[in-house]
Design a protein. Structure first.
Length: 301
C-alpha cells in the first residue's frame, strides 16, 4: 500500500529525482504485466512530458514559490483525468520558504484521494518539521565508487574508465553531478587540455597560444572550474604513479610520465594547488588560469 507522500533525501546527483520519475512512470503505466512498458498511451504521454496526471514542480528562481503551491492545491482538488492516480514530484523542496511550506503542509494534513506526492530534497534540515512528520522518508546515499564509475562511463561515452573512476571519486559517488559537469563543458575542456598536454611538443610560441586559448575557456567555467582542477591534479598524480610503478594508468598519463620526470610532475601538481588557493582567495580567475596553463604546458612557462 502506498503512502500519500514520500520524501526522498540525499546528496545532489545520487539519483533521487530520477528514482521519483521512475516511480511515476511505473504508476502511470497501464500495462498489467510489465511496468513501465514504454508502449502504452500512459507511457508515451509520460515520456513526452504530456501526461495529464503527472505534475513536476521545480523552483522558480531560487525557491518553490507560494503561488506554485496554491496552483498545486487547485489541481489536486480535481480527480485524476485518465489514471486512477495522479503523481506529483516536487523537486528541491529544501528551497521552499516558510509561507510556501505552510501552504503545502495543509495539503499533507488533508491529503486528497488518488494523489501521490513525492518530495525531493538534498537536505531535510530546512524543511518544516511538520512536513517531515507527514511524509514517509526514504534516504538516498552516495553509490559505491565502482558502481558510480560504471554509471558515469555508460552515460559519458567519450570518457574512459579511468576518467570515470576519477570522476566518481570527485563527485563522491554521485553520478548525476558528472552529468552536470558534462553539460557545463568542464569534462570536454578537461579532455582537450589533457590531449594537448600529451601531444608531441610544439614550438614555444604555439604552446603559449594554445595555453592562453584554453585558459580563456577555463576561466569561463563557473562552479565546474574547481572540479576541472581536481581532475587535472589526478591526471598528473596518475602520471607520477606510472613513473614510480612502471604501470600505465592511462595512455595520456603514460605519455606525461615519459615527457616529465617526477620532479617536474610534482611541480605541475604544486601549480594546480597554487591556482586552487588563489581562486579560494577570489583572485582574478582569468589571470589565475593563464598562469596555471602556462605552467602546465611543457615549453610555454
Amino acid at each position: 500500500r502506498l503512502a500519500h507522500a514520500y520524501l526522498f533525501t540525499g546528496p545532489d546527483g545520487v539519483g533521487k529525482t530520477r528514482t521519483a520519475m521512475a516511480v511515476a512512470a511505473i504508476l502511470l503505466c497501464t500495462d498489467p504485466d510489465r511496468r513501465p512498458c514504454g508502449r502504452c498511451p500512459g507511457c508515451r504521454k509520460f515520456a513526452s512530458d504530456n501526461h495529464p496526471d503527472f505534475l513536476a514542480i521545480r523552483p522558480e528562481g531560487v525557491s518553490i514559490r507560494i503561488d506554485q503551491v496554491r496552483e498545486l492545491k487547485k489541481t489536486l482538488s480535481f480527480p485524476p483525468f485518465e489514471s486512477g492516480l495522479r503523481v506529483v514530484v516536487l523537486e528541491e523542496v529544501q528551497t521552499m520558504r516558510r509561507e510556501a511550506g505552510n501552504s503545502l503542509l495543509k495539503v499533507l494534513e488533508e491529503p486528497p484521494p488518488d494523489n501521490l506526492l513525492i518530495l525531493v530534497a538534498s537536505d531535510s534540515e530546512p524543511i518544516l518539521p511538520t512536513i517531515l512528520s507527514r511524509c514517509q522518508a526514504i534516504p538516498f546515499y552516495p553509490l559505491p565508487l565502482p558502481l558510480a564509475a560504471e554509471i558515469i562511463a555508460r552515460e559519458n561515452a567519450a570518457l574512459d574508465l579511468e576518467g570515470a573512476r576519477a570522476l566518481a571519486m570527485l563527485t563522491n559517488g554521485c553520478p548525476g553531478r558528472a552529468g552536470r559537469l558534462e553539460a557545463g563543458g568542464a569534462l570536454e575542456l578537461y579532455r582537450q587540455v589533457v590531449a594537448e598536454l600529451a601531444a608531441p611538443a610544439a614550438g614555444e610560441a604555439v604552446q603559449v597560444e594554445t595555453a592562453l586559448a584554453l585558459a580563456v575557456r577555463m576561466a569561463e567555467l563557473k562552479q565546474e572550474l574547481g572540479v576541472l582542477l581536481d581532475l587535472l591534479r589526478i591526471f598528473f598524480k596518475d602520471a607520477m604513479i606510472a613513473g614510480l610503478s612502471g604501470t600505465a594508468v592511462s595512455v595520456e598519463a603514460d605519455q606525461a610520465r615519459e615527457r616529465w620526470n617526477l620532479e617536474r610532475l610534482s611541480d605541475k601538481i604544486a601549480a594546480i594547488d597554487t591556482a586552487q588557493k588563489a581562486l579560494a582567495r577570489n583572485c582574478n580567475r582569468a589571470l589565475v588560469c593563464e598562469v596555471l596553463l602556462l605552467d602546465l604546458f611543457p615549453d610555454a612557462g
